[in-house]
Design a protein around this ligand. Sequence first.
Ligand SMILES: [Fe+2]
Ligand SMILES: [Fe+2]
Length: 641
Amino acid sequence: MRNTRFLLCVLLLVSLAVLPAAAITLAEAREAAGHTAGALADFSLAVGGWQFQLEAPDDARLPSFDDSAWKPMAALQEWPNEHTYGWYRARLVVPERLRGIPTRGRPLTLLVGVDDRGELYVNGELRQKFEWNDGRVVLAETAQPGTSYLLAVKAINDTDEGELHFARLQVAGAEELAGARDAFLDVLRRSLQFCSHAEKPDPKWLGAISQAAATGAAAAQDLTSLPVRLQQARAQLGPVFAAMAKQPVFLAPPYLQNASPTGITVMWEAAGEFPAQVEYRESMYAAPRQVACPATALGQVRLEGLKPGTAYMYRVVLGSVAGPWHTFRTAPLGGEAVRFAVWADSQSHPEIFEPLVGLMARFRPDLAVGVGDAMGRGGNLDEWVDQLLWPMRGLSAETPFYAAIGNHEYGGFERTCPPFERYRDHPTASSGNEYWYAFDYGPARFIMLDPNQEDGPLGQRISPGSAQYQWLARELADAAARAKWIFVFFHQPPYSECWGGGYYDGEAHLRAEIVPLLERYQVDIVFSGHTHDYERGLPHPPYDPATGTGNEVTYIITGGGGGTLDNHKYRDWPQLDLPDHPADPKSDAADEGRYYQHHCCLVEAAGDTLRFTVHAMKPDGSYAGVLDQFQLKAKDRSGIR
Ligand SMILES: [Fe+2]
Ligand SMILES: [Fe+2]
């Protein structure tokens, strides 16, 4: 027995000496990169040592107040009492250095977030009333290490649990490092994407990624050397970059955009920059025609001079590697019928979105439309591929798809969303931009809006007088005069019943400013997302512009593309029929779950009849049956002035 054990020990030691260190797996490299992103997420220092008391007197704001009987309470610890408030107190002494940066003489900012709103006091003085995570005050213009501040936060809880989300101290100069950080995280994530899409990822590449991730995470400790350390981390990715430049690998396989009767756009993204060509032909027996694309990572080729309503085969040859043949169909010239799929809010759940894409593909739609929130945060560039273009591939290789932009695409950006412009080719003939635009397909006019920004350079705010509003009014007048069907898509809904927490019931400004236009021109269907469920309202005429009551338009919320589902109905809009169970604004408990399912919509318009079917999907990707169906008749718009 003793000898056996000894032998086993020897064998183990020998094997450890002979075998190479265990190779890093893709999952491990991904986890390391995630850890690094977390370590670099912000450049501040958490303020700790909070004492808490529920419904303490307002004297708690004063430095002289005695809180010795209070209990310690860290950030992210919930207190359950609705319609109450709690006081947090902490003493803060300015450190010599903050994440390595000397504080002396620099401006020092305090960032605070609470559920649901708060009042922030410094040394007894009210400095800010704020909501949610918007607490932000300059603690000192020129910080002196050793100075002590008494911080008091009154957190007011309107619904559900109350909580201090965070309290952080940031020194001026730290924010300027965000650019270097973001650039490094982008290359780190791109390296990972390359490994996950390459046919045989070399263990050396994964080792390089986890090394670079470790260097990056360590760099977060001392911000003074951050740019240099991130350069070193980048250099460690060398073997991956070298492979990327040599091996033609699709990150986003070819996808279709912007189909017209005579043209279509083929796009793709490769890990490295390779010359490419698109080959296409009408049948297997025809000689293929070619269109070349100069060396680039994000490929885009417009095929023109095609026949209307015609099927073509195409493939993309990337470097020397030919991809598989696919089929596309050009849009018909006019025509009586169109079939399209719609989804929204697939954000952060590609594992749910991918089977939903498979469900949409089964119905062989002519086109598909995503109504926003296709990813968790548009500023994380890898999410455009990982959460949208890769899981879309089962549909997008053969079906052109369009987007109405959501608030999550804008996450990390202000005013414009560069990746939205880069990864998309939208028909801009009528609007001149890719955020709000319109196009014909068969008997229908499709109109996409962007209600996300108040006053962006594109005039996204859709209020009377804005460029988008004026364009929309012209579009609707034109469509009402000549299109059989008018479909309008925008992410945030005018009416919503089931937004989690119940504090949102749709966009008041859209109800006041856009709905009157949509109703006046008798739009057939308005599609939105944002709320994560299925909500639907058939017409309840007449619409009264004076009071805003009634509706001629069918309103759909189709926010079941993959994001975490809402599960409770808080209010009842007369414009919405589903969910059809009673609303209960006083509770947050999950209620009858029929309309809180992942789903997609299928619209089939032929002649004067439109069939609308909603297909539901279980979380495991299996089909869950028809969630809703109805028919609409084409409208007579001849009386509209
Ligand atoms: Fe969403
Ligand atoms: Fe949203």
